[in-house]
Design a binder for this molecule. Structure first.
Ligand SMILES: *[C@@H]1O[C@H](CO)[C@@H](O)[C@H](O)[C@H]1NC(C)=O
Ligand SMILES: *[C@@H]1O[C@H](CO)[C@@H](O)[C@H](O)[C@H]1NC(C)=O
Length: 181
């Protein structure tokens, strides 16, 4: 009986995941960028734009005030809104300078990088001596980046990216997402 029940639950979960994956739609509901150290980095712009029903994107530009920057870490976290945002699925930090020197050395970072690299000027090895730009990253890419690892349940989520230079957090980007079927 216990085994049958487990099988049933497993089947149900696979079914729900399948269903969620096939029919889910992701909307970006808000984006926030904040400089945590205004002597180090300023946010020039950070916005969502809806061109039409199928083409929506985000753009971000940050000015680096103390170039060149030779030590950069990125933290990516996904949070699910329950009562408050709770950690969900992943929480990773990696050395962006090491990664950009040899992308294949870090498959997890490479996974994220492949979604945004065509829209960013952060793809050469360190140092960074210019503004950091994310130009017109389409919602489709964000959708794939967030949900391809595992299809997951409907709800509200927040993707957070922390920008850490010389081991001090300097800026934070939060992308708010809503997943519906
Ligand atoms: C939406 O806008 C893009 C870019 O201007 C265009 O290529 C695309 O055809 C438009 N799609 C629809 C459904 O109007
Ligand atoms: C993410 O992981 C780091 C250690 O790897 C930990 O210190 C931190 O508390 C975690 N954050 C969340 C929100 O779970």
């Amino acid at each position: 009986m216990a085994i049958k029940l487990n099988l049933f639950v497993a089947f149900l979960m696979i079914y729900i995941y399948y269903f969620t994956e096939v029919y889910s739609r992701l909307e970006v509901t808000n984006i926030q960028c904040e400089s945590l150290d205004k002597d180090f980095a300023l946010i020039e712009y950070c916005f969502l734009k809806s061109v039409n029903r199928s083409y929506k994107y985000i753009s971000i530009k940050a000015n680096l005030l103390q170039p060149p920057v030779t030590k950069v870490k990125l933290h990516f976290g996904l949070y699910q809104r329950l009562n408050g945002y709770k950690p969900f699925l992943y929480n990773i930090t990696f050395d962006a300078c090491k990664f950009l020197k040899s992308p294949k050395s870090n498959p997890v970072a490479l996974y994220f990088y492949n979604f945004y690299k065509d829209y960013s000027n952060m793809k050469h090895p360190c140092p960074f001596d210019h503004d950091i730009i994310l130009d017109k990253l389409p919602y489709d890419k964000i959708n794939n980046m967030v949900t391809k690892i595992l299809p997951f349940p409907e709800g509200n989520y927040m993707f957070e990216a922390d920008w850490i230079a010389y081991d001090i957090p300097r800026a934070v980007t939060k992308i708010y997402l809503s997943l519906t079927s």
